[in-house]
Design a protein around this ligand. Structure first.
Ligand code: ADP
Length: 165
């Protein structure tokens, strides 16, 4: 029997990438053969980092993973409708991460909306390790702005980048 390559799309702002995101990325590789990290390039969201910097930091972090993982991951910017983008990549799997109950409502609504647009695209939710449950890009930015220590919450390339700005 011919095996099909399962391609998953992990969309997000990644503003910036955190160890929580990285945990979801590594877990995704247990579920899909290839993972496309899709960095949203939506001007309506007020991002701290431009899309190119967000992509670059993900690349630098992925580069620290083992060879097999590196081979299976690509990083791209996207500004299309997510389900259209997913289809255009020959995928029907969207990966999202869940932390607390508070993530649930937003993710539930988004999955439902996406399903009304295209019923063939499935969203898979992965739970990060409990040590990353409290990490969010939003708080990282705030703590960093106030001079707090974020070294336990972001990958080294992100930490180095934040130290410079
Ligand atoms: P978005 O703006 O699309 O929500 P984010 O970069 O904030 O983009 O998050 C992308 C995805 O990663 C979301 O599904 C979010 O719930 C998940 N995520 C973010 N941080 C964590 C974490 N610490 N643990 C698990 N999932 C997370």
């Amino acid at each position: 029997m011919e095996m099909m390559t399962r391609i998953g799309i992990y969309p997000g702002s990644f503003d910036p990438l955190t160890l929580g995101h990285l945990d979801i990325i590594e877990r995704s590789l247990h579920v899909v053969d290839e993972l496309i990290i899709a960095v949203s390039n939506n001007d309506k969201k007020n991002h701290m980092f431009d899309a190119d910097s967000r992509v670059k930091l993900i690349h630098e972090t992925i580069n620290l993973l083992n060879e097999d993982s590196k081979k299976r991951i690509t990083v791209e910017k996207f500004d299309h409708l997510l389900v259209d983008y997913t289809k255009s990549k020959n995928s029907n799997i969207i990966i999202r991460g869940l932390r607390a109950v508070s993530d649930f409502e937003y993710e539930f609504l988004m999955t439902g909306m996406n399903r009304t647009i295209d019923k063939d695209v499935e969203t898979i939710f992965l739970m990060s390790s409990e040590k990353y449950h409290f990490i969010s890009s939003r708080f990282i930015k705030e703590i960093h702005r106030l001079g707090g220590d974020i070294s336990k919450s972001v990958p080294k390339p992100v930490l180095d980048f934040l130290k410079k700005i």
